[in-house]
Design a protein around this ligand. Structure first.
Ligand code: GUN
Length: 283
């Protein structure tokens, strides 16, 4: 029997609980999102984040900047948000266009408002095993989902496919802190298939539709699909779900798996940053 990991359901439970907590606050947490350019997928993601924030009772600010914005111009907006005591959380939607130095932009965010956990302060703390102000949303959501289903990580062989700063790299640190044995595979890894066959848990974050087929997977493996690609047949994950679902013990659907958990963790991080800034929880 295969269990479908219901990210949508868990996300809605988490955001429902946040909504209740926020309803008791006279001053509301505020999330600010900077979106540069007209990438259609990014526009949808930002809209969904803003709608979810408002549904919970947060204040939401979206700053839309033109594609041709200079680095200096984006930085100016970040400096203003850093100084604004009403803004608790700042997110710069990625990807940024190639003429922008991503590192310079992300590093300008005040670490206590860095809701993605992408600054070197927060990421460095994660890597060292210290507590950051915020953990990156997608990895945090994946671990929360595994925990919800009481899936043990200690001693498990976990294969992560994809080494991005957003998913693969932070997940590597988070999983090894949970005592998993973690392999971080990427585009230059030799024979991913044989690595995958050894894995108790496979987390794929490469954005190649139906890349992970049934012959990659050992019986009863746990499959987490972070990929979202638009194909002629609609939305597809990295995993060939229809075939893999008969072999896996647990599997996330796309959509309805990791995606909603990412947004829920963004909301939770916003709330936690608000609490740090108001000294409601100790650092
Ligand atoms: N683009 C895709 N995923 C993310 C994310 O988690 N944070 C940001 N800022 N941009 C993204």
């Amino acid at each position: 029997m295969t269990t479908i990991l219901d990210g949508k359901g868990l996300a809605s439970k988490i955001t429902g609980e946040l909504k209740e907590k926020v309803s008791t606050l006279s001053k509301k947490p505020k999330l600010a999102v900077i979106l540069v350019g007209n990438n259609p997928a990014s526009q949808i993601y930002v809209k969904n984040k803003s709608i979810k924030a408002q549904n919970i009772g947060f204040e939401s600010l979206v700053i839309n900047l033109p594609e041709e914005s200079s680095e200096e111009n984006i930085l100016e907006h970040i400096y203003v948000l850093n100084e604004d005591d009403n803004v608790n959380a700042i997110l710069v939607q990625l990807p940024l266009s190639p003429h922008i130095n991503k590192q310079r932009i992300l590093e300008a965010i005040d670490p206590i408002k860095d809701v993605d956990g992408f600054t070197s302060y927060n990421f460095g703390r994660l890597a060292l095993g210290y507590k950051p102000y915020a953990l990156p949303c997608t990895p945090k959501g994946i671990i929360r989902l595994l925990e919800e289903y009481n899936i043990p990580l200690e001693g498990k062989n976990v294969l992560i496919i994809g080494r991005s700063n957003i998913v693969g790299k932070p997940l590597f640190f988070m999983l090894q802190q949970k005592n998993a044995t973690v392999t971080l595979a990427h585009s230059k890894t030799k024979d991913i298939k044989s690595q995958a066959k050894q894995a108790d848990i496979i987390i794929s974050a490469i954005g190649k539709p139906k890349y992970l087929s049934a012959d990659f997977i050992k019986k009863d493996a746990i499959i987490i699909d972070v990929g979202i690609s638009r194909t002629q047949d609609g939305i597809s994950g990295d995993v060939d779900f229809e075939k893999v679902k008969y072999i896996a013990s647990y599997i996330t659907p796309v959509p309805g798996g990791v995606g909603p958990m990412t947004i829920a963790m963004l909301m939770e991080n916003t709330f936690e940053l608000y609490q740090y800034q108001r000294a409601l929880i100790p650092e």
